[in-house]
Write a protein that binds this ligand. Structure first.
Ligand SMILES: [Zn+2]
Length: 409
């Protein structure tokens, strides 16, 4: 049986922290609100381009200073937190025996590498900051402990509980936030409210670039906008959801090309079908397996597997029973729609894409990937990339000192 769940989706925005303040100062002292507003707008634009649904609420830390202060007051009253002489307030993790339950870390393990930085007045190096004194002049708010700013972790606890209550169903986030951020959110919230914080945690895997961690220092990062200049939004969306959300996503020209190919297969099978006038197929085995996969912790990889099975059957039925092919096509569009995909007309997708110019840099990178594959004697991958290049009308010539390429006319 299908059950409908109505979700209230809240996404917290940290619009104040040391990094933001530093950037604002570097930007000729421009007001930090201007800086964060610009980035939030840009984020919304990118999400819209990728057909990501907006949250129901998007609270910002600077709009919740009162709730943050009152949560810290409760924690101090209950002796889970203490204020230091310099105006900082810290959470005392020894007071919360459950600390580490999410990341499965033991209290004494946490002593390794924990240290008290210059200027900090922690009683225990494992304690974390709830309120940071802003000294003179910095951006901040008045509080019972003096002028200062909230710590990052407490912002999330205050925003989540004021939007959803003390206990709510699902908390999401990147794997990199599991410790200490989410662990600290649990500690603060459960100590302040005496109730379980989130019933379920969903952590998504990291984005990797050519099998390396994406990071600013490696210089291998890029923006959604840059990618959308070369690939359609649907191709990027496919790359992001084709693998299970808990596993890492590997971004490369090669994987984008593969997503483009996958979508091409879908749209080619839909081409020529009369979806609009087709009868709706209900309760088919495709639909059942698709939902079973999605109900299994959002196994999108398996769900796409079902859609590909559907493509094979559609292609076969096109020559045998066009009515059935139309009905199956309608089902494919409906199931694809649940993933936010396959809503373009086949003609738009298959021919509209040509307006996206294949840049020389893309081809160079594919050739480099192919050379790497050859060096590693991964002939299957090398051949696959060559086929892709051929499909792009790129002719590769292997010479003694590397490969050269040209566009076939
Ligand atoms: Zn958070």
């Amino acid at each position: 049986m299908l059950a409908a769940f109505y979700v209230t989706y809240v996404r917290n925005i940290t619009d104040i922290d040391d990094k933001i303040l530093q950037r604002a100062t570097e930007n000729q002292g421009k007001y930090f609100q201007g800086l964060t507003a610009r980035f939030i707008d840009a984020m919304h634009e990118d999400e819209k381009a990728l057909a990501i649904l907006p949250p129901d609420q998007e609270p910002r830390a600077t709009g919740h200073i009162e709730e943050i202060i009152s949560m810290i007051e409760i924690l101090i009253d209950k002796e889970f937190a203490y204020s230091a002489e310099n105006g900082d307030v810290y959470f005392s993790i020894m007071r919360f025996p459950d600390y580490g339950k999410l990341s499965k870390k033991k209290m004494d393990e946490l002593l390794d590498g924990a240290r008290i930085e210059v200027g900090e007045l922690k009683q225990d190096p494992r304690d974390f900051v709830l309120w940071k004194a802003a000294g003179d002049g910095g951006i901040g708010w008045d509080s019972p402990w003096g002028y200062g700013r909230p710590g990052w972790h407490i912002e999330c606890s205050a925003m989540s509980t004021s939007a959803l209550g003390n206990n709510f169903d699902i908390h999401g986030g990147g794997t990199d936030l599991l410790f200490p951020h989410h662990e600290n959110e649990i500690a603060q919230s459960e100590c302040a409210t005496d109730s379980k914080f989130a019933n379920l945690w969903m952590h998504n895997g990291p984005l990797r670039v050519d099998n390396e961690k994406m990071s600013k220092s490696l210089g291998n990062f890029f923006t959604v906008r840059e990618v959308l200049k070369k690939y359609s939004a649907e191709v990027v969306r496919h790359l992001l959801i084709a693998s299970h959300y808990r596993s890492p996503i590997n971004y490369s020209e090669h994987s984008l090309q593969q997503s483009a190919k996958a979508l091409e297969r879908f749209y080619i099978s839909l081409e020529g079908l009369d979806i609009e006038n087709a009868k709706s197929l209900t309760n088919s085995r495709f639909e059942k397996t698709f939902f079973a996969a999605m109900d299994d912790d959002f196994n999108t990889a398996e769900a796409f597997g079902v859609l590909f099975e559907l493509v094979t059957v559609i292609n076969k039925q096109k020559g045998e029973d066009i009515d059935l092919a139309n009905q199956l096509g309608k089902l494919l569009v409906r199931l694809g729609g649940i993933l936010g995909m396959l809503q373009s007309s086949p003609a738009d997708f298959l021919r509209g894409d040509q307006s996206i110019e294949i840049e020389a840099a893309t081809i160079d990178q594919l050739i480099a990937e192919r050379e790497q594959a050859r060096m590693e004697k991964n002939w299957a991958l090398a051949d696959e990339i060559r086929d892709q290049l051929t499909a792009m009308k790129v002719v590769v010539e292997d010479g003694a000192d590397g490969s050269s390429w040209r566009i076939e006319r």
